[in-house]
Design a protein around this ligand. Structure first.
Ligand code: NAD
Length: 417
């Protein structure tokens, strides 16, 4: 059993959340053991010739945590801090997330330890193909389907699809989050951010809380953060601060999300955005605002800053942004947290729609994608909220209990044990 500590690794932290749910569900120890180990973990050396002629070695991973409910499913992260413990934690979260939103997938994650901003497009193409080749015996449209995560995007997915296709034949269902022109789904790019907003709206409706006029601070202006920024206005919330890896900006009267995204694309960062004040990432997290949305790296809210968080509501756009000790502190302060496995599940929900469209060789209109996404996020948010209310537990506990119980049921039915 993991003990609650300030210095827990990413995997220890998510395992701690799992064990709390497993105790509540009275899951026997041997099943807990089965559920905390990955089904398969692969570490690969990815040597690559750089544009300057030198050979550089990168390390890549693919972790398949649990496939009881369907093929493994999870993104690929390109980040300098990607390591086996972190990828294992993210795969573990995917298992509970896919179960919680009730889509027929298991949980997986992959990554390559690299700094994508320092690689040319040609280098990224070669690195992606090499990595795909090295994991190609484990993945497949009915075995393990990959998707984008931090540092990867639709272009990365196109390269993976092409490399996989050259080995095993054309099959777009091997990746989700690919470009529309290659069989991607309408609405996939915005899906995670849109799902965050749907979940917030449904929580507010159920809790009979008005979010109108609430101020929002977002850490990370990548795929998730930029779409939340663009869409949260549909609930009449006001984005007052955003950040990226280089720092953030604040404007109490409200920032214009479209202009921010265009500015970042043009200048590479959002620092010095006109009519706003530059702030640090630490200042953004501790800002006096109503809603805080971490949408970048892990563990940004920990024992070091939890006491200073002023937001009333935290939406975990990122995976595992709040450590267990911080979660405890925030819980005692009465902060409402909509947990990662619920609130950022919109991406994997639309990935499922994309996979289904590829298999059917039929494309859905964007209205249909968004309507089905809304249905899935509304249902999952309702399930989590109602259980939390009934049992007087946090929404994180409730979400884990629901996800874990569905996976245990699938294991029993399949007769693994
Ligand atoms: P991304 O690469 O598109 O964007 C990441 C953003 O975080 C960038 O703006 C980057 O500048 C910023 N960032 C990086 N390091 C930072 C640091 N140290 N401090 C502050 N900001 C930093 O990534 P993404 O796809 O938007 O993913 C963000 C988070 O959301 C990750 O935790 C990811 O696992 C999670 N997530 C993503 C999806 C998806 O569909 N893309 C789905 C579910 C969860």
């Amino acid at each position: 059993m993991v003990e609650l500590r300030n210095d827990m690794s990413s995997f220890e932290a998510v395992k701690w959340f799992f064990e709390r749910a497993a105790r509540a569900l009275k899951i026997p120890t041997e099943i807990q053991e089965l559920l905390t180990h990955s089904w398969r973990e692969l570490t690969v050396e990815v040597p690559m010739r750089m544009d300057n002629g030198h050979v550089k070695l990168f390390i890549g991973y693919r972790v398949q945590h649990n496939g009881a409910r369907g093929p493994y499913k999870g993104g690929i992260r390109y980040h300098p801090d990607a390591n086996l413990d972190e990828i294992r934690a993210l795969a573990f979260l995917m298992t509970w997330k896919t179960a919680l939103v009730d889509i027929p997938f298991g949980g997986a994650k992959g990554g390559v330890q690299c700094r994508p901003s320092e690689l040319s497009q040609d280098e990224l193409n070669r690195l992606t193909r090499r990595y795909t080749g090295l994991i190609s015996h484990l993945i497949g449209p009915t075995r393990d389907i990959v998707a984008p995560d931090m540092g990867t995007n639709a272009q990365t997915m196109a390269w993976i699809m092409d490399e996989y296709g050259q080995r095993f034949g054309y099959n777009p269902a091997i990746v989700t989050g690919k470009p529309i022109e290659l069989g991607g789904s309408y609405g996939r790019d915005a899906a995670t951010g849109r799902g965050v907003v749907f979940s917030l709206g449904e929580w507010a409706r159920l809790a009979q809380r008005s979010v109108q006029g609430m101020t929002v601070a977002i850490q990370g202006l990548g795929n998730v953060g930029s779409w939340v920024a663009k869409l949260v206005g549909s609930l009449d919330c006001k984005v007052i601060a955003v950040s990226d890896s280089k720092g953030g900006v604040l404007r109490r009267e409200g920032l214009e999300p479209e202009a921010l995204v265009t500015y970042k694309q043009k200048n590479g960062s959002i620092s010095d955005f006109p009519d706003s004040e530059n702030i640090t990432n630490d200042q953004l997290l501790e800002l006096d605002c109503d809603i805080l949305i971490p949408a970048s790296i892990d563990s940004v809210i920990s024992h070091e800053n939890a006491d200073r968080i002023k937001a009333d509501i935290i939406l975990e756009g990122a995976n595992h942004p709040v450590t267990p000790v911080a979660d405890d502190i925030l819980q005692k302060k009465g902060v409402i947290i909509l947990p990662d496995i619920l609130v950022n599940a919109g991406g994997v929900v639309v990935s499922y729609f994309e996979w289904a469209q590829n298999i059917q060789q039929f494309r859905w209109e964007e209205e249909r994608v968004n309507a089905e996404l809304s249905k899935a996020m509304t249902k999952a948010t309702g399930d989590v909220y109602k259980r939390a209310q009934k049992e007087q537990i946090s929404m994180r506990e409730s979400a884990y209990i629901l996800g874990v119980s569905r996976v245990v049921k699938a294991i029993e039915l399949r007769g693994f044990i």
